[in-house]
Design a protein around this ligand. Structure first.
Ligand SMILES: Cc1ncc(COP(=O)(O)O)c(C=O)c1O
Length: 397
């Protein structure tokens, strides 16, 4: 009798009761717009920014409407202009090159290594060859590069780094949280991230000009003094009137749903980590499965699990996936000819000029990915692993 997982892996984590209560209270008050002319007292978005800045250990925070908007605004506030080159690791999700395209800037794609993170030597080579002054460092699927080495390269070459921390809320490298290595960090609270508000984004930074510019561009009108994690008026005086209003601010309702989730981060990440490592250990026992290495310096916060099926061709991998999907475990595959769901590779982003990425293509061509919903029990995690192992045996005579 074959194992079958009876749990939908696409199930997001529902916000806690406190989020529901805060949302209802706000709905009843009618003050859903964060800049209602009521001052900063009780302003959910302003309080969220203050609390999130403290959580990250950064001075300033700007709440916006999505992770993609957070990246766009952080890059724009850092000075990226049309035609500028922006370095970006080749393993990331479509909204990340999309944010660069939104600025009419040009992504310069950097190879990844078998650990699924940016390759430092290719970063240096591409930075030198292109003259790019910006790096958008995407910690895709929660894999954190050697950030000391990356920060040192940026420092050496005068590159400004913006981190995409959509998958690394609370993750650290050598004890330092992601979002603290560059000029700014961008986060997402879209449903499949550590926090679930449906849509939402946050920018953190210690740079007062970047913070003021991002606040003005996010669409604060002249109500920016309501912000609580923002630089002083003198900094805004340098920029107001000069920044376009892009209306990307976060709604007070989203902030009200998010605030009660902040104290849950450590416990959620611990549960995710335990679930990930439990499944990883079982999968690793199969001779054809290999997982990317995780160095001791990386404290990771996995909301999904990545692995390679070694020595199999594309058709064989797809046969395994078909079988495991039929048994309740939809494995996502980055090596497909056409993008599916959330998975895509550089050749699928047709608006980006084609760039040779032989190493990344070889790696992503074998990469499998499983979403890990927080609600999965230990027994269900074991069934998940068993389904994958049985599908491998079934599909391969
Ligand atoms: C790696 C990565 N960066 C950025 C984003 C953008 O976040 P959002 O969907 O909130 O725009 C996502 C979304 O899933 C993502 O996976």
């Amino acid at each position: 009798m074959r194992a079958k997982l009876d749990f939908d892996l696409a199930t997001p984590e529902a916000p806690p009761e406190a989020s529901i209560e805060a949302a209802v209270k706000l709905l009843e008050s009618g003050f859903l717009f964060r800049y209602a002319e009521m001052g900063a007292e009780g302003n959910e978005a302003a309080l969220l920014e203050q609390e999130f800045a403290a959580l990250l250990g950064r001075k300033y925070c700007i709440a916006v409407n999505s992770g993609g908007s957070a990246i766009f605004l952080a890059l724009k506030a850092a000075g990226v202009q049309a035609g500028d080159k922006v370095l970006l690791n080749a393993f990331t999700l479509a909204p990340v090159p999309g944010a660069i395209e939104h600025l009419h800037a040009e992504p310069v794609l950097v190879e990844i290594n078998e650990r699924l993170v940016i390759d430092p030597s290719d970063l240096r080579a591409k930075a030198e060859a292109s003259g790019a002054r910006y790096l958008l460092m995407s910690h895709m699927r929660g894999h954190v590069a050697d950030m000391d080495a990356i920060a040192a390269i940026c420092q050496d070459l005068g590159i400004m780094m913006i981190e995409d921390c959509a998958h690394t809320m609370g993750a650290t490298w050598n004890g330092v949280q992601t979002g603290n290595f560059g000029l700014a960090g961008a986060f997402s609270s879209q449903s499949y991230k550590q926090f679930n508000t449906g849509e939402g984004g946050l920018i953190v930074t210690d740079d007062e000009d970047l913070a003021a510019r991002a606040i003005l561009m996010s669409g604060s009108y002249m109500l920016y003094p309501q912000h609580k994690a923002a630089p002083p008026e003198a900094v805004f005086a340098r920029w107001k009137g000069r920044m376009a209003n892009h209306s990307m601010r976060m709604s007070a309702l989203v902030a009200a749903i998010l605030r009660p989730q902040l104290p849950l981060l450590a416990a959620r990440n611990a549960r995710w980590r335990k679930m990930h490592d439990r499944i990883a250990e079982r999968l690793r026992s199969h001779q054809l499965i290999r997982l990317p290495k995780r160095p001791a310096a990386e404290d990771y916060t996995p909301t999904s699990l990545q692995f390679f099926m070694e020595g199999l061709d594309q058709a064989q991998i797809e046969a395994v996936i078909k079988d495991s999907t039929a048994h309740g475990v939809p494995i996502k595959f980055f090596g497909g000819d056409t993008p599916e769901g959330f998975t895509s590779r550089a050749p699928h982003w047709e608006y980006v000029s084609p760039q040779p990425l032989p190493r990344s293509e070889a790696i992503l061509g074998r990469l499998c990915d499983i979403r890990l919903p927080l609600g999965l029990s230990d027994a269900q995690a074991d069934t998940l692993a068993q389904v994958v192992l049985e599908s491998l045996s079934e599909a391969l005579p």
